[in-house]
Design a protein around this ligand. Structure first.
Ligand code: TRP
Length: 342
């Protein structure tokens, strides 16, 4: 049986990168897989979160899942801290993972920055908790962005070492599902940087709850270059933008990539439509498209955020169904480790 697990951190307002790179992709998977989508609040607190904001953000990510079209009947939607198995299995994995493995994690190095001595120990063992998220359900496939690939490889290393140590094939080797290049959404201000909630200027990103006027303003002000838009002849034989072309015009290809992703069209088609166009014409079309796609999702998110009781009920139901899967797996793990069970 194929089982998907993925998670989004409730650390601040969700933007187009979260939507195109993660959440929208989750929607299509529910037809073919058993899907478990988590709001990873325990990962969020590896860096300081204001408690009231964390609650609001947890509901906001849940609302985004629902508004994007994830069906809470067919899928399991819940927040991580409601299911104890995540913390329990993470402790076991703290005792499986070698320090050398964690020391190679590039995300820790980036997030801890120069002040490594000041980072929380939770941030350091973050990948062990992520492995626990996935393996508490014996998930076979995990949709993630490029930046999480290394954590997924670690998850496989942990599963393999655990299985070998205890002499039982408890865990599967989970496969990543990496989505296409168009899902790499960059800042509207600087095409070389990822669109991020940590960038100070709100003009650098389109938030999932921005209204039509704000979306229009942000796209109008987005950084461009003086040239006309390129045509499909720039693409390589696989229909992709060559790195050199992208490096020369990062903002142009970012906006074109966003258009392609929102329109769910191949890049070649978008380039054919706008070949030789001025940015002004393209930006007007991009605005209309972004408003058409994000508008209904944002409206539904606003509606759900005004009804926290309904959102909490989804999470409660999801947590119960998640526990029903994870608890027997934890029993199996505890037995394999040698913990006496009641
Ligand atoms: N680390 C992921 C991110 O920042 C979030 C995450 C936590 C996750 N646990 C997961 C993703 C399990 C996939 C599977 O994007």
């Amino acid at each position: 049986m194929k089982r998907i697990f993925s998670g989004v951190q409730p650390t601040g307002s969700l933007h187009l990168g979260n939507y195109l790179g993660a959440i929208r992709n989750f929607v299509g998977l529910q037809d073919d897989f058993e899907c478990i989508y988590c709001v990873v609040d325990m990962h969020a607190i590896t860096v300081w979160q204001d408690p009231q904001a964390l609650k609001a953000n947890t509901r906001e990510v849940t609302a985004a899942y629902l508004a994007a079209g994830i069906d809470p009947k067919r899928c399991i939607i819940f927040n991580q801290s409601q299911v104890a198995a995540h913390a329990e299995l993470a402790w076991i994995f703290n005792c499986v993972t070698r320090l050398g493995w964690l020391n190679r994690m590039t995300q820790f190095k980036e997030k801890a920055g120069k002040h490594r001595e000041n980072a929380s120990s939770g941030l350091y063992v973050y990948p062990n908790l992520m492995a626990a998220d996935i393996l508490a359900y014996k998930a076979t496939h995990v949709p993630v962005g490029e930046d999480q690939k290394q954590h997924l490889e670690l998850t496989r290393d942990i599963a393999q070492k655990f299985n070998k140590d205890v002499g039982v094939e408890v865990f599967p080797l989970t496969e990543p599902l990496i989505f296409g290049e168009a899902t790499r959404v960059m800042s509207l201000r600087d095409g070389a940087r990822k669109m991020s909630k940590s960038e100070p200027s709100d003009m650098s990103r389109i938030n999932m709850t921005d209204d039509a006027d704000l979306i229009a303003k942000k796209i109008r002000r987005a950084t461009t270059d003086p040239d006309l838009l390129p045509g499909p002849e720039v693409l390589d034989e696989r229909g992709r933008v060559p790195e050199a072309a992208r490096a020369a015009r990062p903002e142009a290809y970012n906006l074109l990539g966003i258009y392609a992703a929102l329109a769910e069209k191949p890049m070649a088609g978008v380039l054919a439509d706008f070949s030789g166009a001025q940015f002004s014409r393209f930006k007007a079309a991009l605005t209309d498209l972004a408003v058409a796609v994000l508008g209904p999702v944002g409206d539904e998110m606003q509606r759900l955020c005004a009804d926290p009781a309904a959102v909490d009920a989804v999470l409660r139901d999801g947590a119960e169904r998640a526990r029903a899967i994870a608890d027997p797996i934890l029993d199996e793990v505890y037995d394999a480790v040698g913990f006496l069970r009641p």
